[in-house]
Write a protein of this length. Structure first.
Length: 446
């Protein structure tokens, strides 16, 4: 069957479904779709149908933007297996009380496709469509590994609301507003527990409760992504969801090593809430502020049994110190707490220092596991990467300061002539001006 015929059959299947809960069903009832105009997205994963040809094209563009944001969040390549069809049409008389946007999984023999049905009126809502797109993208990725057998029922992956909402809000760039919602709830003494976020089975219908859940879901998902190998673990969580069909079981299968007990998860969540009170997650910290907070976290005040107090900078300590202090109760507690705080800092740090902070986290995890050689080596690597980052940030600052002074002059051409008497001098300045910034920006193109 060629591609055009597949799309026609798929469109017929889409339009034949009545409104209802998310489900998997086979299609055997054709319906005329000539009144809807078809448009395909750039990646070809999305096909949109609407009466207005402009609307179907706009929906495809919007879907591709959401997909690109979703791929960035999870560090995925731009590939797909199963198509997603979006249908925007007017309500039928029997659908007056149906949801404005619903998601279905459509099964064709041993293959799957996904439908997002948008009913009007009311006008198509961007937030609801984004949520539906994220839900179908997660379902499509997780269902790829599940076998589909002829004559056997297929159960699609159950997706927890916190994951769908968290990724949808991240893609939607609403982090500044939702972060303020979380802070207000903490200030008012109504902060949710991690178990409350994980245990929510459906999006709250109350507007205020829904907003608070979206804010907590955004912080929860973002904090998990900020952990070491955060994107890979969320993808593993999606795979476990597909295999186990249990949200709770899949979560603890993936994160049991990081949170041995539920109390460890709650402590980690409390740290994320506390950090969220002091920073604006929509904005990265400056390089200087990142370093200040990092230096502060790397220092520990040691209180000995004899009452003496000693401030210790863990970075750069000799192996003898690591050996002497490993196994001390005070150190274990201090490291567990600071690893969580370092992960929170990495989520909001200046991009150039995120790898550096990750190195320090690796070093302290090794120390906590009493792998002293690994810990000392990791500290050395972290210190070296930090020196490189510091030098690069200094070079960028010097160049920008120089450019700012030059552009501030009333006559820029005259300023250049005064500063560069020969063409060779000007070329040298150009190379100096571009190199540090280019080196910094190149890392984002990898």
């Amino acid at each position: 069957m060629n591609v055009a015929r597949v799309l026609v059959v798929l469109a017929v299947a889409i339009l034949s479904g009545a409104a209802g809960a998310t489900r998997v069903y086979a299609v055997d009832r054709p319906v005329n779709s000539n009144s809807l105009v078809r448009a395909a997205s750039v990646s070809r994963q999305f096909t949109a149908y609407a009466r207005d040809p402009l609307l179907s094209s706009v929906v495809c563009v919007f879907a591709e933007r959401v997909r690109q944001g979703w791929l960035r969040c999870l560090n995925l390549q731009s590939d797909w297996r199963d198509p997603i069809v979006i249908v925007v049409r007017e309500r039928w008389p029997a659908e007056l009380n149906a949801p404005a946007v619903e998601v279905d999984t459509v099964r064709f023999d041993v293959s799957l496709s996904y439908r997002i049905l948008c009913l009007t009126p009311p006008q198509l809502d961007e937030t609801q469509l984004r949520r539906a797109l994220v839900q179908t993208l997660c379902a499509e990725w997780s269902n790829r590994t599940q076998p589909i057998s002829r004559g056997q029922p297929f159960i699609t992956t159950p997706l927890p609301p916190w994951l769908v909402e968290g990724l949808a809000q991240s893609v939607g760039k609403r982090t500044d507003w939702l972060a303020a919602v979380t802070r207000r709830s903490v200030d008012a003494g109504h902060s949710a527990r991690a178990s409350d976020v994980l245990g929510t089975a459906a999006l709250p219908t109350n507007a205020a409760e829904c907003e608070l859940f979206q804010a907590n879901a955004l912080l929860f998902t973002g904090s998990l992504l900020a952990r070491q190998d955060g994107a890979q673990k969320l993808l593993r969580f999606l795979s476990e969801l597909a295999a186990q069909k249990s949200m709770t079981g899949a979560f603890w299968t993936v994160y049991r090593d990081e949170f041995p007990e539920p109390v460890a998860l709650e402590k980690w969540w409390a740290v994320q809430l506390a950090y969220n009170m002091g920073v604006q997650p929509a904005q990265n910290l400056t390089g200087a502020e990142t370093i200040r907070q990092l230096d502060e976290l790397l220092r520990i005040v040691v209180r000995r049994a004899d009452g003496s107090v000693n401030e210790v900078n863990l970075a750069g300590q000799p192996p003898e110190f690591l050996l002497r202090e490993t196994g001390q109760v005070w150190l274990k507690v201090a490291l567990e707490d600071r690893i969580q705080r370092l992960e929170a800092l990495r989520a909001h740090a200046h991009p150039r220092y995120r790898t550096v902070i990750g190195r320090y986290i690796e070093a302290e995890r090794c120390w906590l596991a009493q792998k002293l050689d690994c810990s000392h080596t990791a500290f050395d690597h972290a210190d070296k990467e930090r020196r490189v980052a510091d030098q690069q940030m200094l070079e960028i600052a010097v160049v920008l300061d120089h450019a700012e002074r030059a552009y501030a002059a009333e006559n820029f051409d005259a300023t250049l002539r005064d500063q560069f008497r020969t063409l060779d001098q000007f070329d040298q300045f150009e190379q100096q001006r571009r190199a540090p910034i280019s080196d910094y920006l190149d890392q984002f193109d990898r």
